[in-house]
Ligand binder design. Structure first.
Ligand code: CDT
Length: 309
């Protein structure tokens, strides 16, 4: 019997600084109804889905940025989302800024099963950007100021009939992200992203190049680890800054099977057969049989960099 997960990648258009959690959650609920009407049983929302991408704003006093953080998940603002997903029998994943009871700050995402049970928490490991205000940049990217690197590794959870993992935005550019989960047999990796459409340190690197690197990373990660990858954007002009779209789903052979056009709220729905991961995992990327990590180490330490004679 095939193991089908009908996933909805729920892209969100911009969230402005002035938008409150309630208005954002009502947009997310509308996306959930759309996804359900199209047969989805698992919905994935973007990174920092509840607020504007606040790391673009510099607060001299870091504590001022705590207004963007959630102290519990679910909490009063997000409970309607969790309740509705459970009533519809849908799993869910969403990104948010997490402030722990002992005062730690993480860029996090949760995984909730179709019965409404919180099964997974992931904390973003690869935090891009910088700590201090940088006048040289066209825009700030202060994730390193407001978040600590995640302390939970890249776990994989058995739920919804398969093996699921999460990562967040910049993590998708790092092969280690996929490989850590690939080594645990992951069958579907879900992630959200907020990616500015220009590089703040290289103006010539515009939207096309950014979309190219985005697709390149996701497709390579999916293929080399024989896993589905679902990537969900927060997009459009947020507080005067443009975030790219590019919400898409990649199959375990590395092909993009669906991509959402535009930068508004919308859902991309695809029925993913988790058994489609079997061929890659049992042949070319059967890590136990073919991965030769002991040889990588020996070659690197014996040879090193060969300088010209
Ligand atoms: N949110 C996030 O991680 N965005 C980064 C932008 C990097 S530019 C400093 C990304 O990799 O898409």
């Amino acid at each position: 019997m095939p193991r089908i997960v009908t996933v909805a990648a729920a892209q969100m258009g911009p969230i402005q600084k002035a938008d409150d959690r309630a208005s954002v959650v009502s947009r997310m609920l509308a996306l959930m109804e759309m996804a359900h009407a199209r047969g989805a049983d698992f919905i994935v929302y973007p990174e920092l889905a509840l607020t504007t991408f606040f790391p673009r704003w510099h607060y001299e006093d870091r504590a001022e940025a705590d207004i963007w953080f959630e102290r519990d998940m679910p909490n009063a603002a997000t409970k309607p989302l969790f309740d509705r997903a459970r009533a519809l029998g849908m799993g869910l994943s969403l990104g948010y800024a997490e402030l722990t009871p002992d005062g730690h700050h993480f860029n996090s995402s949760v995984l909730v099963d179709r019965e409404g049970k919180l099964v997974g928490l992931y904390r973003k490991i690869h935090l891009p950007g910088h700590v201090e205000f940088d006048p040289e940049r066209t825009h700030q990217h202060l994730e390193k100021r407001y978040f600590e690197p995640g302390d939970l590794g890249f776990p994989v959870w058995r739920t919804m009939g398969g093996l699921f993992g999460m990562c967040i935005c910049n993590d998708r550019r790092w092969p280690e992200t996929y490989r850590e989960m690939g080594l645990q047999g992951v069958e579907m990796i879900v992630l959200g992203f907020n990616t500015p459409s220009v590089n703040s340190q290289r103006a010539a690197e515009g939207l096309e190049e950014r979309l190219f690197h985005h697709r390149l990373s996701l497709q390579a990660g999916a293929y080399q680890n024989a896993t589905w990858v679902v990537a969900v954007a927060k997009a459009g002009v947020e507080d005067g800054h443009h975030l790219m779209g590019g919400t898409l789903i990649v199959d375990p052979d590395g092909h993009i099977v669906a991509e959402l056009p535009g930068e508004d709220d919308g859902v991309l729905v695809h029925a993913c057969d988790l058994d489609a991961t079997r061929f890659g995992k049992e042949t070319i990327f059967d890590f136990k049989r073919h991965r030769r990590i002991e040889h990588y180490g020996r070659i690197t330490s014996q040879v090193g960099v060969i300088e010209p004679a």
